[in-house]
Write a protein that binds this ligand. Sequence first.
Ligand code: UD1
Length: 405
Amino acid sequence: MKIVSVVGARPNFMKIAPFIRAIKEHNLNGREQIDHILVHTGQHYDDKMSKAFFNALDIPNADINLGIGSGSHAEQVGRTMIEFEKVVRAEKPDWVVVVGDVNATCACSITAKKEQIKCAHIEAGLRSRDMSMPEEINRLVTDRLSDLLLTPDRLSGDNLRQEGVSEERIRFVGNIMIDTLEAQREKAAQLDPGVIVREAMITGQSLLSREQEDALAQNRIAVMTMHRPSNVDDQKILTEIIDFLMNEVSIDMPLLWPVHPRTMNQMKSFGLWEKALACENFLLMNPLGYHDLLRLNLGARIMLTDSGGLQEESCVLGTPCLTLRWNTERPITLREHGGASVLVGNNVEMIRNEYHESLAMERKPVRPELWDGKTAERIVKAIVGYGSKEERRPETGEGRKETGA
Ligand code: UD1
C-alpha cells in the first residue's frame, strides 16, 4: 500500500510525527508493507516555524517539498493544487492523508479526489461554524471530500452525522496531538524555563531580572500566543489587547509571548512593536520549539491564546486557558465540557474578568476519551483495514458505536 501524507504549516507537524512512527511500527510487524511518502507544501518555511519541528519531533525530511511559501489564500491553495497534482500523478498512491485545517489540507484533499485517490482526514469533524475563518472553510471542504474521517472526539462525529455523512466514513480515533504531547512531555519537563526564555528573547530587550528569574523558576508566569487575523489584523483590537497585557498582566507576573511572524508584522505596522519591547515584564520571544513551549505550558499560571492546539494541550495539562476567540471548533476543551478553557473573544472587559477568575483556579488536568497517546496506531489500523469486515467488527461495538477504530 502506498500512502502520501501532507503537511504545510506548523500545527501539522505535531500531528504527522506520530502517524509516521505508527507506520514504521506497522511495517516492523511484518504485515503488508506501507510505502510512505511525506510531502511538505512549504506554506511555513522559516526554520523556526518548520525545520525546528522536524528536528525536535524526529520527523524525517520531507520526500518532496512543493515550495509554496507565503501568499493570499487563493495563491497558496492554487499553487499547492498545481504542484500536488504532479506528485499524485507520478506516485499514484492508494491514499492521500491530510491533517488539520490549513490551506495544504484543503488543497491536497481536492487534488486527491479529482485524481480519484482515496483521502483520509486526520482531525475530521471539528466545526466552529464561523465562516469568516479560512480554517472552517478548509475543514468543510476536506470533510466533504474525504473517504475516511478520523475524528478526535465524539462531538466531531456528531457534527459529521448532522451533515449527513454516512457511518462507514467515520472513525473515532482520538486526538493525535496528544500522542506527541505524551511522547515528548518527559523531555520537555527537564528543560529550564530561564534558559528557554533567555535564548528566545528578541534582541534589544534587557536580560532577565532577579524577580523574573525567580518567577520563571517558580512557574509564576503567563504565556501568550496570538496569530488569528481576527485578533491581529485590526489595529484597535490588537492595541487594546496589548495595552491590557502590558498594563495589567505583566504587572502581576512576567508575560511570555513567542510571536508569530504575522503578528510581529502587524505589531510593527501599527507602531506597537517598540512599545511592547520597552515594557519590562513583557517578554517577547521568537517562535519557540515544541519542547520549549510545552515546558512553559507545563507550569504556567495561565495561558492566553487563539491557537486550537494550545487549547487542547492546556486541557490535558490543566493550565487555565483564556481562548481569545468568540467560538471554537474544539468545544471539548471548554470548562462546560470539563476542560480548562474559556472563550473570551477579544473584548478586554471579558478577558480581564476571566483572567482574574482563572488565576484563582487550581490546575485541573482533564483527559477526554481516547486522548491516550495511541491515536496514530488506531489511524493506521483504520486506513489499512478500510473497507474490510475485520476493521469494523460490529460485535465489539467498534466503528458504529464510536469506541475506537
Ligand atoms: C496558518 C494556518 C492556521 C494555523 C497557523 C499556525 C491556514 C489558513 N492557516 O496561519 O490555521 O493556526 O498557520 O501558525 O492555513 N510567515 C513567515 N514565515 C513562515 C510562515 C509564515 O514569515 O514560515 C508569515 C508570512 O508573512 C505570511 C504570514 O506569516 O504571510 C501568515 O502565514 P500563513 O501561512 O499565510 O498563515 P498563518 O497565519 O500562519
